[in-house]
Design a protein around this ligand. Structure first.
Ligand code: DX5
Ligand code: ZN
Length: 235
């Protein structure tokens, strides 16, 4: 069964010397494991690449959500599909032909995701959404964990949700950056249904419990919205 809400802890906030244990710490509580790949060119930060993904894949059964913050994703993204990533997301700003790359990724056996960074409008990409399984809306400027959530970027989530609804698209709308107990409800109400959380999960004493709390908050927000939309009450 497809879960209504995806919680995707970002290992960017985990202990890089203990990635296998950090992945296992959220098994059963997380839906996807978010893997931030940064190349020190598309973003100033530098993280991990295929060898780490390959090793970590053997350590956990959680589906990998690879977020490629890299230049030239056409060249590198299919490798993550071949390593068994469940979803591979690349940035619109780094790719001339996103639809062609989405097709390559799907052909390689993974879901295809398109990311839009803080300063990129979403409108030019809405027409491309039928070719994608996920659209990732950054709620910070891509590059570093631990930044403050930018609520104004939720307008892009609303636009994507409206477009997906109107076109009956089967697509996940994912938010990434500053997602925590005090921001996840706004993101869910805007129409997001996949939530990346780094600091809020791996900065917590109990990462699995943090995932469960985030999921409960998102579910409750959506349930309240559905109730008020239908004019009913919960009493
Ligand atoms: C930043 C990454 C995020 C990061 C989020 O560019 O894409 O996935 O891990 O971290 P938090 O949840 O701490 O904002
Ligand atoms: Zn990310």
């Amino acid at each position: 069964m497809t879960p209504d809400i995806i919680i995707a802890p970002s290992i960017l906030a985990a202990d890089f010397a203990n990635l296998a244990a950090e992945a296992r710490a959220v098994e059963g509580a997380a839906d996807w494991l978010h893997v931030d790949v940064m190349d020190n060119h598309f973003v100033p930060n530098l993280t991990i690449g295929p060898p780490v993904v390959e090793s970590l894949r053997r350590a956990t059964g959680i589906p990998f959500d690879c977020h490629l913050m890299i230049e030239d994703p056409k060249r590198w993204a299919p490798a993550y599909a071949q390593l068994g990533a469940y979803n591979v997301t690349f940035h619109a700003e780094a790719c001339d032909d996103p639809v062609a790359l989405a097709k390559d990724l799907r052909a390689a056996g993974t879901l295809a995701g398109l990311a839009v960074d803080r300063d990129t409008p979403i409108e030019p990409y809405l027409e491309l959404l039928p070719h994608f399984d996920t659209i990732l809306v950054m709620t910070i400027k891509a590059g570093f964990g631990g930044q403050a959530f930018m609520p104004e970027l939720l307008d892009k989530v609303r636009a994507a949700r409206r477009h997906a609804k109107a076109g009956h698209l089967d697509i996940r709308i994912e938010v990434d950056g500053g997602i925590a107990a005090d921001t996840i409800e706004a993101a869910a109400l805007a129409g997001a249904d996949a939530f990346v959380a780094g600091t809020a999960v791996y900065g917590a004493d109990d990462p699995a419990e943090a995932c469960r709390k985030l999921r409960a908050l998102a579910q409750a927000a959506v349930a309240r919205q559905t109730t008020s939309d239908s004019g009913g009450t919960t009493v």
